[in-house]
Design a protein around this ligand. Structure first.
Ligand code: C2O
Ligand code: CU
Ligand code: CU
Length: 467
């Protein structure tokens, strides 16, 4: 386990970071990201107590290029410890940002250098893995795009970072972003739904052009139920296509989401949509999420300029990412049970924060805390071998189960027909058992947990070892 800590003095700027927007230029070279307190104007109020990579803006979209080395110094201006994780990216274990498992968390005015070469193109994201509940709920969840080697031919590219904020009656962040009641059930939802830290932003899109819409559910709790409509709330005249799920080009088609059958996007998940922007200037596409109560309008895309006259048929299909195909016939089955915690125990999280409760377990063992002694792997997988992980949810709640460092794909479920698309986060519905297949081709200790952060932080976590 690496113990290197780099301590850098002096002030640092977040220079060289590509900020997304329509037609934003590619990021050339990131040098530095500084995790720091932030303020932001939302719903007419300036909200303090946020955490971002700038004092007054949401975490930027980082743009990397497939196969090109990426190197960044992440520094910490908070009073708490932190560590940065690159969700869905297959990195060397030491770059994975998991405290005590892959690195020592770093404190105020310390810096950690992350360096890796993304093998896979697509939509990913980044967030801290230490003080996770606090730092993520306060805003530190950002989108990471890895550009394909061959551009697929879009006119425009827009990421929507979907997340809630939990505000009080005065429009300020609540001191506590979670609740014991929520942690023991479906999690605590925020009160304000945002896209890119805005409530229902409107984005310009090139009229008659082709838009790649990247949806990223970075909320600590909410499972989005997304669908798109025209300005009147009717289905789009020309529906688009879902071209990638959780970063990877789809192998099995995913039906176009509708109000009746929306796309489920659970915490940690992403979807890339190819959209034909209306040809007529001023016409709109609306992005909704369904929820208890009226559907919420997440964002609006408005056609601007003269008709570019493009059609979806002109897009080049995305090239598959270089993933190893599991040998299902030879795969060994390893079982995991996600459920209630069998006993009273309190987490010991060292410098990375504890909620003070234990409610959940994997294989009946609650995760005792990031820094706890004597935590072994839930399973040890042999490097290069194929496995089927049998994921059994015996609880009455839904759990987005996330595995670091390896990419897997669903094979079957006892509750529904699952599409065999590559992923890093599988939503297990109440009472669902899902088999997922992978090749254990990346050595190291890989965190394995529910991405409802209140579940993760109250026991529903562990790790797999590949050696
Ligand atoms: Cu998105 Cu363990 O992380
Ligand atoms: Cu992850
Ligand atoms: Cu969960």
């Amino acid at each position: 386990m690496p113990t290197r800590r780099q301590i850098l003095a002096g002030s640092m700027a977040t220079a060289g970071v590509g900020i997304a927007g329509l037609g934003a230029p590619l990021l050339a070279a990131v040098s530095e990201l500084r995790i720091q307190p932030a303020r932001y104007r939302l719903l007419e109020e300036t909200i303090g107590g946020l955490v971002s990579l700038s004092p007054d803006a949401p975490p930027p979209v980082l743009r990397l290029r497939q196969g090109e080395p990426f190197e960044v110094d992440v520094s910490n201006a908070l009073d708490d410890f932190t560590a940065m994780h690159w969700h869905g990216i297959r990195v060397p274990n030491g770059m994975d940002g998991v405290p005590y498992l892959t690195q020592v968390p770093f404190g105020r005015d310390e810096t950690f250098r992350y360096a890796f070469t993304p093998e896979d193109a697509g939509t990913y994201w980044y967030h801290p893995h230490c003080m996770t509940m606090d730092q993520m709920a306060r805003g530190l969840t950002g989108v990471l795009v890895v550009e394909e080697m061959e551009p697929p031919g879009f006119d425009s590219d827009l990421a929507l970072n979907l997340r809630d904020f939990r505000l009080d009656g005065r429009g300020q962040l609540r001191e506590r972003q979670w609740s014991a009641r929520g942690a023991a059930r479906a999690g605590t939802h925020g009160s304000v739904l945002t896209a890119n830290w805005e409530v229902t932003p409107v984005y310009a899109a090139p009229a008659g052009g082709l838009l790649r819409l990247r949806l990223a559910a970075t909320d600590p709790t909410r499972i989005y139920r997304v669908y798109l409509t025209d300005a009147e709330g009717a289905p789009l005249p020309e529906p688009g296509r879902i071209i990638a799920i959780d970063g990877h080009p789809v192998r099995e088609a995913v039906p176009w989401p509708t109000e009746e059958a929306p796309l489920l996007l659970s915490p940690g998940q992403r979807a890339d949509l190819a959209l034909a922007v209306p040809a007529e200037e001023g016409r709109e596409i609306q992005v909704f999420t369904d929820r208890p109560g009226p559907p919420h309008l997440l964002a609006r895309l408005r056609a601007e300029g003269t008709d570019a006259g493009r059609t979806l048929a002109e897009l080049r299909p995305l090239a598959p990412n270089p993933l190893s195909e599991p040998d299902l016939a030879a795969a060994k089955v390893v079982e995991f049970v996600f459920g209630w915690s069998p006993e009273e125990s309190v987490q010991d999280n060292g410098f990375c924060g504890t909620l003070g409760y234990t409610f959940w377990s994997i294989n009946r063992e609650p995760w005792p805390g990031d820094a706890a002694k004597g935590t072994g792997p839930l399973a040890t997988l042999r490097l290069g071998r194929s496995y089927i992980l049998r994921l059994r949810n015996e609880s009455p709640n839904d759990h987005p189960i996330h595995l670091h460092g390896l990419t897997f794909r669903p094979v079957q479920s006892n509750r529904r027909k699952v599409a065999g698309n590559w992923t890093d986060t599988a939503l297990l519905l109440e009472g669902e058992t899902m088999d997922v297949a992978l090749v254990a081709d990346n050595p190291g200790n890989w965190a394995f947990h529910c991405h409802v952060i209140e579940h993760q932080k109250t026991g529903l976590a562990g790790y797999l070892r590949v050696e």
